[in-house]
Write a protein that binds this ligand. Structure first.
Ligand code: FAD
Length: 379
């Protein structure tokens, strides 16, 4: 392969945000290349895969084998209290993220997207016309990619955002840390529910169990940084009676461990997610719901909004910041679940972040907790 490649739009990162952007661009006939540093789409992924089912209708994907569980209930546990909220109109799913991302990649490739694996972005420069020269390390021997536009879909530590001065290093109050395990050998009592456990002795954090059928689940913990709860996941799994009751066993089989960080909204989404010739999408733009870290849906919505913006900009022959700024309005107006726009939803969740965590302290009356939980999870 040549050392240099030319394309109209370079998309960095083959997660849901990058693949969605690429797929929509390809459908509009715009040549684009996606680069991904991993050896396969969905490799080394750490995601619990819980998402609103309507994401599939938005993306335009059928109900494929990547769905591991249908869900219509939230189960919230606090110490020895248990609350159950069941929905008639809302449907959640648990997907295998690897399989979901691969299904998305397949559709993007069928539409004409070129995905280059084992190709990592190392740096970005501009030529004299303001177009981009991306420096990459690639198994194909590729060294540079020239493009008119760049989309940063490269996750919370975005290299694109950093190179272009759009994404300052996250402060500890701007992310939560997730540690997770895939479990097998279970006898789950209640499969059609997302389970969230809160405890006084583990403040500013929660544990989740997302069933994959009756015998397997994703299990994890989300915590504010600096909590030093390193062994929680293991300790709870070994000795927690409530967790054992949910899992239906005291000896689950640990199939995989992982973890990662989840950027919180506030003050993200970043002040700047657009600059001359470049946009950030998904986690790179900090578009993630701040209580449970739901980022798959915002990722595909922002990808679609970015693609629409690029199609318009290229049809007008202008890719400067002022022209691309419409992206900011577009992602905000994207339809989220239940009649909410993405902006309304993220803002509401952001405003509820502190009150929500305050619910799970001894200072909160039980009746108030019950009332608030109903309010949080109402239709
Ligand atoms: C443990 C954990 C559990 C989670 N659970 C849920 C959940 O249940 N539900 C939910 O909705 N969300 C969940 N999230 C959040 C969700 O995973 C993200 O919001 C989502 O993946 C964002 O998609 P994205 O495409 O923006 O970024 P990503 O999926 O992170 O994709 C970014 C891609 O860019 C690639 N990349 C990075 N740097 C470079 C580079 N320099 N060159 C080339 N490629 C690069 C990466 O390899 C990666 O493939 C979870 C996150 C974690 C960490």
């Amino acid at each position: 392969m040549e050392e240099s490649l030319q394309t109209q739009v370079l998309i960095v990162g083959a997660g849901p945000s990058g693949l969605m952007t690429a797929w929509r661009l390809a459908e509009a006939g715009i040549p684009c290349v996606v680069i991904e540093k991993q050896s396969a789409v969905g490799a080394h992924l750490n995601c619990a895969g819980g998402v609103d089912e309507s994401v599939l209708d938005f993306v335009g994907m059928g109900r494929g084998g990547y769905i591991k569980q249908h869900v219509d209930t939230f189960r919230i546990y606090y110490n020895d209290e248990s609350y159950r909220r069941r929905y008639r109109n809302w449907k959640g799913i648990v997907v295998s993220r690897t399989e979901f991302d691969r299904a998305l990649a397949l559709r993007a490739e069928e539409a004409g997207v070129k995905i280059m694996l084992q190709t990592r972005l190392d740096g970005l420069q501009r030529d004299e016309d303001g177009d981009f020269i991306a420096q990459v390390t690639s198994v194909f021997g590729l060294k540079t990619i020239h493009s008119r536009l760049v989309v940063g879909a490269d996750g919370p530590k975005t290299k694109v955002g950093t190179c272009l001065g759009m994404a300052p290093r996250l402060r500890p109050d701007q992310y939560i840390v997730f540690a997770t395990m895939d479990l097998g050998g279970l006898q789950l009592e209640e499969t059609e529910a997302w389970h969230f456990l809160f405890r006084d002795e583990l403040p500013n954090s929660y544990t989740w169990v997302f069933p994959h059928g009756k015998h397997a689940a994703n299990y994890g913990v989300g915590m504010l940084p600096g909590q030093h709860h390193g062994n929680w996941l293991k300790d709870l799994l070994r000795a927690d009676p409530l967790l054992h009751k949910i899992l239906g066993t005291t000896t689950p089989e640990v199939r995989r461990r992982g973890g990662g960080i989840v950027p919180l909204c506030g003050p993200r989404p970043l002040d700047e997610i657009v600059t001359d010739g470049a946009l950030l999408v998904g986690d790179a733009a900090g578009m993630i719901e701040p209580i449970f870290g739901e980022g798959i849906f915002p990722a595909v919505l922002s990808g679609a909004a970015a693609a629409e913006t690029i199609v318009d900009a290229l049809s007008r022959g202008k890719t400067d910041k002022a022209t691309l700024a419409v992206y900011d309005r577009r992602w905000r107006a994207m339809p989220y679940t239940d009649g909410w726009t993405l902006e309304e939803y993220l803002n509401w969740m952001l405003s509820q972040y502190k009150p929500f965590y305050r619910l799970f302290t001894r200072k909160t009356w039980r009746w108030k907790r019950r009332w608030m939980i109903r309010r949080f999870f109402s239709d």
